[in-house]
Design a protein around this ligand. Sequence first.
Ligand SMILES: Cc1cc2nc3c(=O)[nH]c(=O)nc-3n(C[C@H](O)[C@H](O)[C@H](O)COP(=O)(O)OP(=O)(O)OC[C@H]3O[C@@H](n4cnc5c(N)ncnc54)[C@H](O)[C@@H]3O)c2cc1C
Length: 409
Amino acid sequence: MNLQTGEYYWPTTFSSPPSYPSLNSDEDCDVLIIGGGGSGAQCAYYLADKGLNVIVVEKEKVGCGTTSTNTALIQYMGEKLFINLVHTFGEEYISRHLQLCKQAIDEIEQASQSGGIDADFKRRDTLYFASCPEDVQKLEEEYLFLKAHQFPLDFLSEEEIGKKYPFKKPAAIYSYNDAELNPFKFAHTLFACAAEKGVKIFEQTEVNGKKFENGGATIRTKTGHTIKAKKVIIAAGYEGMEFKKEKKASFVSTYSVVTNPVSDLSAWHNQTLIWETARPYLFARTTADQRIIIGGLDEDTFYAEERDSKLMHKKEQLIHDFQKLFPSIQVQAEYYSAAFYGGTVDGLPIIGEYDEYPNTHFLFGFGDNGTVYSMILAKIIAELVVNGSSPDAELYYQHRPLLAKHSLT
Ligand SMILES: Cc1cc2nc3c(=O)[nH]c(=O)nc-3n(C[C@H](O)[C@H](O)[C@H](O)COP(=O)(O)OP(=O)(O)OC[C@H]3O[C@@H](n4cnc5c(N)ncnc54)[C@H](O)[C@@H]3O)c2cc1C
């Protein structure tokens, strides 16, 4: 799958990451994780130290997939408002999901310090502004819902926004304690931590043959070796859809730029994460070396050629839209990319379990908060593997519409 095109910033921030051998023998294991991106790393992190023989295979190098283009705003609020999710799933269901998102951010913080590589995790507040007056009411309803669930946040008027930022917007939610990180270093630190605890990681080891049976799976690699596994986790990111097409998932095209480092960010209140209610939206954050990441302007296409043909125009547009918000912070794009971006029809990520893949869990952490969702799913999948059950798995199975509106207890 042609996932993305462009110049990627994150790999340049870590010039000598740990490297791992390719597989050159046949192996047996308890758990095989396919995919060496952020979500494979999150699974390895939760499964290390559980007395299991765990293997990870990555067809290229760790972190070279979508993990390299992930803009890594670490938030619980997502593209679909919680008030809309409540309409689909009911309040009890979504309250639990919300709690799990919050917990996942705390665990991402902990995990980011696990493997001796600083993943530049930093707590940040978020400004989520109404792009037009018509969006104020739904934003206020979202604020009231989150406030009722004890989330620390404020509702800002146009005047209050104007006092903190060099722009005015009709209203905004200001939420506390989200975060940003470096997703490439994050994947590496989790794998380093897992490897230290005995997880075997193989790079340049592509799975290209598979036989799934009730007793376990036999996986073949491109280099002709086999891995027999009692359980398999497919954490191949958007390429997981090449193993099994999930009807509830779909792709759009998205764009991002990373600017030159900026010496003066004082106009940017608390270097908040910024995004908006407009669709397609614009979002922005800063990095550890004072660059600015600007992204969004999604296009409804799943053709790589069409996606890429718009890249130069989108690059200009992202910079232009950012300068309208912060005219005093003059920037140029130093890195820019176009990428596919996966979402789900109902707004929740998916744990796929399918009859033709016994003993296998598909981690589809799709959505704008993919890093947070993958952390939730990786933890649940680890519980399913180790204990045979997880109290929260039902929230995310692909067949969940049957559960919608039903009480979870
Ligand atoms: C532009 C963009 C911006 C985003 N911004 C955010 C954001 O701000 N916040 C957020 O939380 N999320 C964001 N996301 C989502 C986030 O990037 C993803 O959720 C996350 O990176 C997915 O990680 P992954 O490990 O699942 O996928 P990947 O990083 O793609 O890893 C999958 C790995 O599997 C390997 N693989 C595939 N097939 C095989 C095979 N047959 N054999 C062996 N290995 C295989 C691939 O080589 C790859 O390395 C964004 C996504 C995009 C595209």
